[in-house]
Design a protein around this ligand. Structure first.
Ligand SMILES: [Zn+2]
Length: 253
């Protein structure tokens, strides 16, 4: 599970379904239109590793598929604004992928404050990338944030009601738009993007986290082991590049 071969199979099914769409292509202004519309959206929230997101984007590109990557600006494990990451993100945009903000609430709870901060972070990202960012998804959204159905002029919210059905009780009130997510390194609620599920549902949003996906398709333990090793390599590269005295002791580590 969560191997590149596994991911390629999912892409093939989505392409065959004829329902693949970007967030920007979903129209549906009225409820009736919305119910007639069919789509499968592919969203990636980037939590820890721009490198793994870049590799997944490359895999998609090799398979003639474009999707939507959401990055955090205030992440503690990667720096969106580093030159290396900006270069990778620009290359992803050149591949044809869409890039948006994966907004970390950082303890904000007031909807008006959240809206202002989203606009501010989108502006910073756009300026640094030299590319207009016009979409966001919220990292670990609270019920209050989902219920608020945040809409900002000219900006797409991956959790707004065109793309996501917020329901307080999934059993009593099943969502009209199917939501399939790989959170916690497993397919949540037992829902997988397999052929039957993708063919038999009219409107679907799939969320994956690129750090969960590797060529090998590791289990949870080995996925984290390899992720930590990759992050360590990046720190060592940085220490090497930015100091002289690291080299003196590097072999003794
Ligand atoms: Zn997240």
């Amino acid at each position: 599970m969560f191997s590149y071969n596994n991911y390629k199979e999912i892409i093939q099914i989505i392409k065959k379904s004829g329902k693949y769409s970007s967030f920007h292509e979903v129209k549906s202004s009225s409820l009736e239109e919305k119910r007639r519309e069919e789509f499968i959206l592919m969203r990636h929230d980037v939590e820890f590793s721009v490198e793994r997101a870049f590799k997944l984007a490359k895999l998609e590109n090799d398979n003639d598929f474009c999707s939507h990557y959401f990055f955090q600006l205030t992440n503690n494990a990667y720096n969106f604004l580093s030159r290396k990451n900006i270069d990778m993100i620009n290359e992803m945009i050149n591949f044809g992928h869409k890039v948006g903000l994966h907004f970390h609430l950082n303890d904000l709870t007031e909807i008006e404050d959240i809206k202002k901060q989203i606009v501010k972070e989108i502006q910073i990202m756009s300026e640094m990338l030299n590319f207009k960012i016009d979409s966001f998804s919220i990292h670990r959204p609270t019920v209050g944030v989902l219920r608020a159905n945040i809409k900002l002029p000219g900006i797409i919210n991956a959790y707004e009601d065109r793309f996501f059905s917020f329901t307080e009780n999934v059993k009593e009130n099943p969502p009209e738009i199917l939501y399939i997510a790989d959170s916690k390194h497993r397919w949540n609620y037992g829902l997988e993007p397999d052929k039957a599920t993708l063919m038999n549902n009219k409107r679907i949003q799939i969320l994956t986290h690129p750090y969960s996906w590797t060529p090998e398709g590791y289990d949870n333990l080995n996925n984290f082991r390899t992720l930590i090793a990759e992050k360590q390599d990046i720190l060592i590269e940085t220490l090497d590049a930015e100091t002289k005295h690291f080299k003196e002791i590097r072999d003794a580590l």
